[in-house]
Structures are given as C-alpha cells and as structure tokens.
Design a protein around this ligand. Structure first.
Ligand code: AP5
Ligand code: MG
Length: 215
C-alpha cells in the first residue's frame, strides 16, 4: 500500500504513521525526521534546510523533491510506504505523481488528520523529546517521572526549536497557505480519506484502520 499522511503541524501524522507502518509492514518515511537528522549531522542537506525549519518555513521544493527522488531510485519505496510530511505543496504533489508515473506506481490513499488550531497549539507547546534516545513526551498527559529527564535512558529532555510559540504560529499559517491546497488535489483524484484527529491516539488509529479497511 502506498500512502500519504497529510495534516497540520502537530495533527498526529508521526504518531499514527509509525504505528500504521508497523501494522501493515511498509516503510515510514518522514521528511521532517530526515531533515532533522541532516541538520544534526551537519550534512549539505542539513545546511540548506536548517534556516527554513527554524523559522517554520518550508524547505524549497527542489531540495525536498530531490530527497524523495533519491529514495525512489534507490528502491526504498518499492514495497509500499507511508510518506509523512511530503508532499506539502502542489509542485511537490505534481513531482511525486510524475515520479511514480514513470514507474507505473500510484498513491492509493492520502490520509488527512483533521485537528483544530487550539488543540495543535496545546499539543506542540507540551511536546518534549529525549536528546539521547529520542523518546517522546507530552506535558501534562505523558510526563517523565523526574522533571526534564528521560525515563528510558536518563537523557536530557529538550524541545524542538520549531515548537516555540511564534514558530508554531508561522507553521500553522504556512500550512494553510501552502499545504492545504493539496487536500483538494487528492480529493479530486478520489483518494482523500478524511479522519477526525481529535480523541485518544488509540481512537484515531481505529478510525484510520477502519477507513483503510485494515482493521
Ligand atoms: P515535520 O517534522 O513534518 O513537522 P510538522 O508537519 O510541522 O509536524 P509535527 O512533526 O510537529 O507533527 P505531527 O503531525 O507529526 O504530530 P505528532 O505525531 O508529532 O516538518 C518539520 C519542518 O521540516 C517543516 O516545518 C519544514 O521546515 C520542513 N519540511 C518537512 N517536510 C517538508 C516538505 N515536504 N517540504 C518542505 N519542507 C518540509 O504529534 C504532535 C504531539 O502531539 C506529540 O507530542 C504527540 O505525542 C502528541 N499527540 C499526538 N496525537 C495526539 C492525540 N491524539 N492526543 C493528544 N496528543 C497527541
Ligand atoms: Mg511529525
């Protein structure tokens, strides 16, 4: 199955995509995770991307399309995938269709997680992760036993720089302006699956499984 996960920042794409990829045995590919790793490792890609990410802006289309093209030509996408956070603009969606058109592949469903701004701000302002093992926490629902310290490895908990309130505000604006138009792009292709993204992660996962017919 070839899937795309769409939704505003903090709508739960990563949370749900990781779980679904495991269940249906496909590759989970998050462009945000790839870019953050590139920034951390100081690669050329990381150097190109960092200033955009820190400001909550999108990385230029040619950079990100090049990254996905590399994955496609290396065969990494051949046995099914969930793309989490790509495409994010109409040119990216068109580039993906062109890329797959050349090899006779297609997107089966684009899963859209629908969450209101108030909930998103709450989720992102509470998000922390371990600088060592990357384990995720969210205040106050999922707090560590000792303030600021990872339960699993004792590492220091930190915030994503783009979860600062001003940057979150910009990410939401960028989503509405540059990414939301692709909802219609996939609606017009009759592959859009709209999922209410409010409730517990378990409830939402159940809705996704049902919508995709993989329950
Ligand atoms: P990216 O990493 O994709 O970030 P994002 O889309 O802004 O979304 P997040 O990862 O913050 O949220 P999510 O929807 O994955 O939610 P999550 O499951 O983590 O992109 C980062 C940056 O990289 C972009 O701003 C851009 O600069 C660049 N970039 C990436 N792709 C690009 C592209 N294609 N083109 C150009 N630039 C690109 O959940 C959020 C929090 O909520 C977590 O703490 C989680 O535990 C909690 N949570 C999840 N579900 C629930 C629930 N049901 N109830 C309560 N809390 C919940
Ligand atoms: Mg994510």
């Amino acid at each position: 199955m070839n899937l795309i996960f769409l939704g505003a920042p903090g709508s739960g794409k990563g949370t749900q995509a990781v779980r679904l990829a495991e269940k249906i045995s496909v590759l989970h590919l998050s462009t945000g995770d790839l870019l953050r790793a590139a920034v951390k490792n100081g690669t050329e890609l990381g150097k190109k991307a960092e200033q955009f990410m820190t400001a909550g802006e999108l990385v230029p289309d040619d950079v990100i399309v090049g990254l996905i093209e590399e994955k496609q030509t290396s065969g990494a996408l051949g046995s099914g995938f969930i793309l989490d956070g790509f495409p994010r603009t109409i040119p990216q969606a068109e580039a993906l269709d062109a890329m797959f058109g050349r090899v006779g592949a297609k997107i089966d469903r684009a899963v859209l997680l629908d969450v209101d701004d108030e909930e998103i701000i709450k989720r992102l302002s509470g998000r922390m992760y371990c600088s060592g093992c990357q384990a995720g926490y969210n205040y106050p629902a999922n707090m560590p036993k000792v303030e600021g310290v990872c339960d699993k490895c004792g590492g220091k908990l930190v915030r994503r720089p783009d979860d600062e309130p001003d940057v979150v505000k910009n990410r939401l604006e960028v989503y509405k302006k540059q990414t939301q138009p692709i909802e219609n792009y996939y609606r017009n292709q009759s592959v859009l699956l709209e999922i209410k993204g409010i409730g517990t992660p378990n409830d939402i996962f159940g809705r996704i499984e049902e919508g995709l017919g993989v329950a």
